[in-house]
Design a protein around this ligand. Sequence first.
Ligand code: HEC
Ligand code: HEC
Length: 260
Amino acid sequence: MTKDESNLKRELATHCPTEWAHAARTRRCLLVIRHSALVISLLLFTAGCDWMPGKPKLADRWVPDTAVTNFAALYNTHCAACHAAGSRGLAAAHPLDDPVLLAVTDPAAFRKVIVEGVPGTLMPPFGEFLAGPFTDAQLDLIVTNIFAQWSRPQEFVGVKLPRHRAPPGDAKRGAVAYQTYCASCHGAEGKGGEKGGPVIAPSYLALVSDQGLRTTVIAGRGDLGMPDWRGYVAGKPMSDQEISDVVAWLASHRNQPITP
Ligand code: HEC
Ligand code: HEC
């Protein structure tokens, strides 16, 4: 028995009979235990489960697509799979961080394509149904950020830019323009060469609009190693008319049957 215990025993013995003292101590002990349990559960109750590991944070909550106000989140979710940008790999459709594309187009036309999509191609109309539809504020956010982050107008000061939107020209003249500007890479017949793949394959043409072809001819595919309209023949940028004509020549192969 320790000194404290013997002191307590002595104290109890002097103040009350042994039996009574023992019973009182047991009751007091039980009371303390019960009270502490009550206090602990009350504390737990008022504290909630906030401290528990794995509790989802506010930021992790699901939010409707229309409530997303972060450009990167919108771009990554809705555009990057087709229009990869930056170092995120090769894009199936034209990369939207291409300063040449952003120099020849303007934000209003750009926004119109996003809202309406491009019928007959994979470009969906974001104004209509897909995941939203996007609110006006989200459309502004996307267009403003694409131009603010990725355009480089200073590089095009004094450069005569071709018209971005124009109807196709004359396919016969386009065949000539093709030989001048494109055949060196895509082969004399457009069926592919050493430096570029086939450009008249019906399976490719079925997926791309005439305007899409025009964008490629004007802006090239810097990400794939194709220069822009200024770089096909050194010192001889393509004229507006030549661009329209070569698009007509490419498009003239569109409805030709596939021959095995
Ligand atoms: C499923 C694939 C896909 C997705 C997703 C997609 N696009 Fe497109 N987009 C395309 C294709 C393909 C084209 C080219 C269509 C054509 O042939 O004219 C295109 C064309 C465009 C153009 C026109 C470029 C030009 O030639 O002037 C813009 C602008 C554009 N997309 C913006 C966006 C934005 C912004 C998003 C995301 C909100 C997006 N796209 C999502 C496939 C996609
Ligand atoms: C210096 C070489 C070079 C020249 C010149 C060139 N291209 Fe390309 N082009 C490429 C490469 C590389 C690619 C990417 C690989 C591929 O799809 O063939 C490409 C891709 C393309 C594509 C497919 C783009 C896509 O979205 O998949 C088209 C269409 C095209 N070129 C048309 C043309 C036309 C029309 C001309 C002439 C006005 C031209 N190219 C001149 C190298 C060139």
